[in-house]
Design a protein around this ligand. Structure first.
Ligand code: B12
Ligand code: SF4
Length: 507
């Protein structure tokens, strides 16, 4: 069979801002673009465990493939199966990607996997543009789906694979509680118990693409996963798998070495929770050191999974940067968010990073339920800049995504409508949806204004500008930091579209 794995174009993302804010709103994905690792994992498992299939991969976002290019692409490739990855916010693009294929190649089997069917399985299965959906981790499920299709047998026998017909029987049956899954998961998902034995993503399929992060220092950045899942229960997060499954340091560093061999010189770990304990971080650093691997690397982590010694070892093994989920600046706020960390721990971890020369990024939010006035946000900002003192900060406005506790809290308080996402997910093309924010005390318009202001205040403090100029080591880094500054200042010519940003700098 010929299977086309596709990351849809990014032309119609759900709006996170009211129209009048336009370009002013700074979204987290303005900070770079990255390989769709989940899709690559599914592809690589199929490739390793079957023979005789022809596999094609297209990342429309990074390869700048537009919806208007898709008809020609499909007619050229003529796949038997189209495997589409998804985010809920990208659902319009996901549906259009499938719809064009259906029109051009009516016999092609179209399967949707990824985050959307995990979050909205019933709505996803009912979309007429898809023949099947995979709910959960797709490596084994998708491979079995292909084999079952080939044999002409019943695909709904495969765990995690659903069709519009087969999903019906789960609608009224509440799923048995299972500590490994987010409580909101409503039907049995495909799940990988042992992630150690999974084939790593075959990066041959992306070797022609330069993925970039605005906070990286290189043009050759690889992303990796050393674990899956997170047992914490932050109220704003809907990551579906709660069991923390880990790969061994050996297999992690094997993959790092593979990445270096094929030309990557920076590695970014995208785990939900990389440093579950300081001990784990040290074990990975030891493996890097013992093999003499030389590479810049970084991860997204929690402050309370670090101690001085683990951070020291991280720095010694080439560790460059850590993005911490700092979120807010009061213990009351952290408690309400069920973050499981304290202001003191945030300040301590960031202080250790400063002492050791590790670049720190604070993922920080505004517009949280405990921020009752603009002054509360500025009080938090003061703690961020005077006590936390990270090198960089991303200031997101809390978005209310379904399947999160904070979303349910907003519904309960009557701040937002409960089922608007469900309705929209059944007909995303003809219904308009704007992501809600916590507007009990501060309007979105004001939050956008404040967000812009905190960005400016944070990045245009003389101490930050001077420190950054001293630290810049490459033209790429200069470009990336400058891009961020322009975006913050809203200078014309730098639009939200990533390829436009790229062209602007290649002149
Ligand atoms: C890394 C990451 C990003 C990165 C990179 C994304 C990328 N290119 O992959 C960046 C920073 C760009 C990003 C951005 C955003 N993200 Co994000 N991100 C993640 C994160 C932390 C890890 C994703 C990952 O690599 N997981 C590991 C891989 C192995 O798992 P996976 O992607 O789920 O893939 C598996 C299955 O989904 C399935 N699968 C995937 N694709 C396919 C396709 C087929 C055909 C099949 C059969 C199966 C299948 O099999 C895979 C292997 O097991 C997740 C949290 C999480 N744990 O999922 C959030 C998460 C996916 N992000 C989320 C959100 C909301 C966003 C943003 C909207 C944030 C924002 N406000 O802008 C943007 C949207 C980006 C966009 N497309 O427009 C939500 C998604 C919720 C939803 N229902 O869609 C998540 C779940 C986090 C959260 N709790 O909020 N994100
Ligand atoms: S620690 Fe991070 S990944 Fe885990 S629940 Fe909280 S926000 Fe989600």
């Amino acid at each position: 069979m010929k299977i086309l794995f596709i990351n849809p174009p990014d032309e119609n993302k759900v709006s996170e801002n009211p129209d009048e804010q336009g370009d002013e709103y700074i979204e987290s994905d303005d900070f770079g673009y990255f390989p769709p690792l989940g899709l690559l994992y599914v592809l690589s498992y199929l490739e390793k465990n079957t023979i005789g299939h022809e596999i094609v991969f297209k990342d429309c976002v990074a390869e700048h493939i537009k919806h208007s290019d898709l008809k020609e692409l499909y007619e050229d490739i003529r796949p038997d199966v189209l495997a589409v990855t998804s985010f809920t916010v990208s659902l319009v693009d996901v549906v259009l990607t499938a719809r064009t294929c259906r029109k051009s190649l009516p016999d092609c089997h179209i399967c949707m996997g990824g985050h959307h069917p995990i979050a909205f399985p019933f709505e996803a299965a009912k979309l007429p543009d898809f023949d099947s959906i995979v709910v959960g981790e797709g490596e084994i499920a998708f491979t079995e789906l292909i084999e079952t299709l080939e044999k002409g047998e019943d695909i709904t026998e495969v765990v995690g694979v659903y069709t519009k017909e087969s999903v019906i029987k789960y609608i009224d049956i509440p799923m048995e509680k299972n500590w490994r899954f987010l409580q909101k998961i409503s039907l049995p998902p495909a799940y990988i118990d042992n992630i150690e034995d999974l084939p790593v993503p075959n990066r041959k399929y992306i070797s022609h693409i330069d993925y970039k992060s605005i906070i990286g220092v290189s043009n050759k950045l690889a992303t990796m996963l050393s674990s899956r899942g997170c047992p914490y229960k932050c109220t704003f997060c809907d990551i579906p798998f709660k069991e923390h499954r880990r790969r061994s340091p050996k297999s992690i560093v094997d993959e790092m070495q593979q990445c270096i061999e094929i030309g990557y010189d920076e590695i970014h770990f995208y785990d939900d929770l990389f440093n579950i304990t300081p001990k784990r971080l040290i074990a990975i650093c030891d493996e890097i050191d013992n093999r003499g691997v030389k590479v810049k690397w970084d991860f997204r982590g929690r402050v309370n999974g670090t101690d001085y010694e683990s951070l020291r070892r991280f720095k010694n093994s080439g560790g460059r940067m850590i993005s911490f989920g700092i979120e807010t600046a009061t213990d009351e706020g952290l408690k309400l968010l069920r973050k499981g960390s304290k202001v003191k721990e945030n300040a301590q971890a960031l202080k250790w990073c400063r002492e050791l020369g590790i670049v720190s990024v604070a993922d920080y939010m505004i517009g949280l339920p405990h921020e009752k006035s603009e002054q509360d946000i500025w009080d938090g900002f003061k703690v961020l800049t005077k006590q936390y003192k990270p090198d960089f900060a991303q200031f997101g406005i809390l978005s209310l995504y379904p399947n999160t506790e904070v979303y349910d809290q907003a519904v309960e308080k009557g701040l937002i409508e409960g089922d608007k996402w469900n309705k929209w997910a059944l007909d995303p093309i003809d219904t308009k949806l704007i992501v809600d924010h916590w507007n009990e005390f501060i309007s979105t318009k004001d939050l956008v204004r404040i967000q812009k202001s905190v960005y400016k205040k944070f990045y245009f403090r003389p101490s930050v500008i001077f420190k950054e100029l001293l630290r810049l080591r490459s033209f790429h880094e200069l470009k990336a930091k400058f891009l961020g500054a322009l975006k913050v200042l809203g200078i014309k010519g730098v639009s939200n579209e990533r390829h436009v940003q790229k062209d602007y700098f290649s002149q």
